[in-house]
Design a protein around this ligand. Structure first.
Ligand code: NAD
Length: 368
C-alpha cells in the first residue's frame, strides 16, 4: 500500500492513485506531487521491483526539476510493477489498461521512462488522450534521436566550464554509462573539442588518456558489446567502478543512483561533476565534493533536456524549437545556479533546490 501520508508535506503529493486491474494483472501507482505551475509531467516507469516509495521520491524530484527548468508544469511519476521484457502483446495490454486508468487523472501527463518508450506513450494517449514523448507520426519529438538530455548536459558543461575557468576545448571527460544520456553527452562534448578519456557501461570500463572515438563506442554498444572492448591507442580496460576516479576534468555519472558515495568520493579527480543520471551522488558525497572545491552541477538542473523537450512537444512545438529551448534554458539555468551558489556560499545542489522550491511556493500563491 502506498503510504502517501508518510511522504506528504505542504508541497504534495496532491493525489496518489493505486491501480489494480484483475483482468490484465496491472498493478501501478501514480503520484501527482504538485500542479501549481501546470499539469504535471513525469515518467511512467515499468520495473518488476518498482515501489510506491520510489514513485513518491521521483514525483517530488520532478516537481523540482520542472520548476528549476522553468517550464509551466508540475511534477508526477508513475510506476507499473511488471517486467518490461514480458511478451510484447501482453505488455501492450498492460500499458493500455494503465492508459485507461488515467482517463480521469487529467492533471498528469505521462512520459517515457525506464521500461517504457514512445510506442508505449502512443498506446497511453490512445486510451486517455494524454502523453508526451510520442512517436513523430503523432507529433512527438524523438527524445533519443535528438539526444535531448545529452544536448542539455553539454550546454550545462559549457556554463560550468566558464564558471570554473576551464576550456571545453581539450577538456578530458570520463563518462559512466554509455546509454541514451551518456553517449549523447559524449558526442556533444566532443563536438566542443572535449576528449573522451574513459567510458563505462554495465559490463566494464576503458581508459585511454589519448582519447576515445565516441562513434567507435557507439558501434560496440549498438552491437550489444561493451565499450570496454574498444580498440584505441593506449586504451586499457579498467574495473567498472574505477571510472569514477579516472584522471579527468569532467566526470559524467550517467548510469545509476548513488554512483558517487562516501566510499569513492575522495577518488574523484575531476574539477566538474555533471550529473547525467538522477541522484548519482549521495548527499554526504555531494557535501564532500563541495568541500573539496569540485563544481557539481546537480541533476535537477543538468539533466532537464528530456523534460524540456516533452514540454515543447506538449505545447505543439517542433524538434527545432526543442533543441533551441534546451540550449537556451540549460545555459542560463546552470549559470544562474552556479552564480547563486557562489554568492550565497552554498553548494550548487542546495542553491538549485532552494530556487526550485521557491518557484513552486510562488506558483502555489496564485492558487485558490
Ligand atoms: P540507458 O538504459 O539508455 O543507459 C544506461 C547505461 O548505463 C548503459 O550503458 C548501462 O550499461 C550503463 N550502466 C548501468 N549500470 C552501470 C554501472 N554500474 N556502471 C557503469 N555503467 C552502468 O539509460 P539512460 O536513458 O541513458 O539513463 C541513464 C540515467 O539517466 C538514469 O538514471 C535515468 O533515470 C537518467 N535520466 C535519463 C534521461 C533520458 O532522457 N534518457 C533524462 C534524465 C535522467
Amino acid at each position: 500500500m502506498p503510504d502517501s501520508f508518510a511522504f506528504a508535506d505542504d508541497l504534495g503529493p496532491e493525489k496518489t492513485v493505486e491501480i489494480t486491474d484483475p483482468g490484465t494483472g496491472l498493478r501501478a501507482v501514480v503520484v501527482v506531487d504538485n500542479t501549481a505551475a501546470g499539469p504535471a509531467i513525469g515518467g511512467a516507469r515499468m520495473a518488476p521491483d518498482a515501489t510506491a516509495a520510489e514513485a513518491f521520491r521521483l514525483a517530488r524530484a520532478m516537481t523540482f526539476k520542472n520548476a528549476a527548468a522553468g517550464i509551466p508544469h508540475g511534477g508526477a511519476k508513475s510506476v507499473i510493477v511488471a517486467d518490461p521484457r514480458m511478451d510484447p502483446a501482453a505488455k501492450a495490454e498492460l500499458i493500455r489498461a494503465f492508459g485507461r486508468a488515467l482517463r480521469d487523472l487529467d492533471a498528469y501527463i505521462p512520459g517515457p521512462d525506464m521500461g517504457t518508450n514512445e510506442a508505449a506513450m502512443a498506446l497511453i494517449r490512445d486510451e486517455c488522450g494524454r502523453a508526451c514523448g510520442l512517436p513523430p507520426e503523432l507529433g512527438g519529438i524523438p527524445l533519443d534521436e535528438i539526444g535531448a538530455t545529452g544536448r542539455g548536459l553539454a550546454v550545462a558543461a559549457e556554463a560550468a566550464a566558464e564558471a570554473a575557468g576551464l576550456s571545453l576545448n581539450g577538456a578530458r571527460v570520463a563518462i559512466q554509462g554509455w546509454g541514451a544520456v551518456g553517449r549523447w553527452t559524449a558526442r556533444f562534448l566532443a563536438q566542443r573539442g572535449a576528449v573522451i578519456v574513459a567510458a563505462a557501461d554495465i559490463d566494464g570500463a576503458v581508459h585511454a588518456p589519448g582519447g576515445l572515438d565516441p562513434a567507435a563506442l557507439d558501434a560496440l554498444a549498438a552491437a550489444g558489446r561493451s565499450v570496454a572492448e574498444v580498440e584505441a591507442e593506449g586504451a586499457a580496460p579498467l574495473p567498472r567502478e574505477a571510472v569514477i576516479g579516472v584522471d579527468c576534468d569532467i566526470l559524467v555519472p550517467a548510469a545509476r543512483p548513488d554512483a558517487i558515495h562516501e566510499g569513492n568520493v575522495d577518488a574523484v579527480k575531476a574539477r566538474i561533476v555533471l550529473e547525467g543520471a538522477n541522484i548519482p551522488t549521495t548527499l554526504a558525497a555531494g557535501r564532500r565534493l563541495h568541500e573539496r572545491g569540485v563544481l557539481a552541477v546537480p541533476d535537477i538542473v543538468a539533466n532537464a533536456g528530456g523534460v524540456i523537450a516533452c514540454a515543447v512537444e506538449w505545447r505543439g512545438g517542433s524538434r527545432g524549437d526543442a533543441e533551441r529551448e534546451i540550449e537556451a534554458k540549460l545555459h542560463a539555468n546552470t549559470a544562474e545556479i552556479l552564480a547563486k551558489a557562489r554568492a550565497e556560499g552554498t553548494s550548487p545542489r542546495d542553491a538549485a533546490f532552494a530556487l526550485a522550491e521557491a518557484r513552486v511556493r510562488r506558483a502555489m500563491t496564485f492558487r485558490r
